[in-house]
Design a protein around this ligand. Structure first.
Ligand SMILES: [Zn+2]
Length: 44
């Protein structure tokens, strides 16, 4: 059908600050952390 909007997987949130795919926080399962060490975005 038409499901090519997502790259086979879960909803990977993208950091609006740098555009890098954020990873799920190990501490908070409901939060995401940007894997970009150069990004200042810690938590939304
Ligand atoms: Zn970022």
């Amino acid at each position: 059908m038409d499901h090519d909007d997502h790259e086979h997987g879960h909803d990977a949130p993208i950091c609006a600050a740098c555009g890098v795919t954020a990873l799920p926080s190990e501490n908070v399962p409901d939060a995401f952390v940007c894997e970009n060490p150069d990004c200042d975005t810690e938590e939304m």
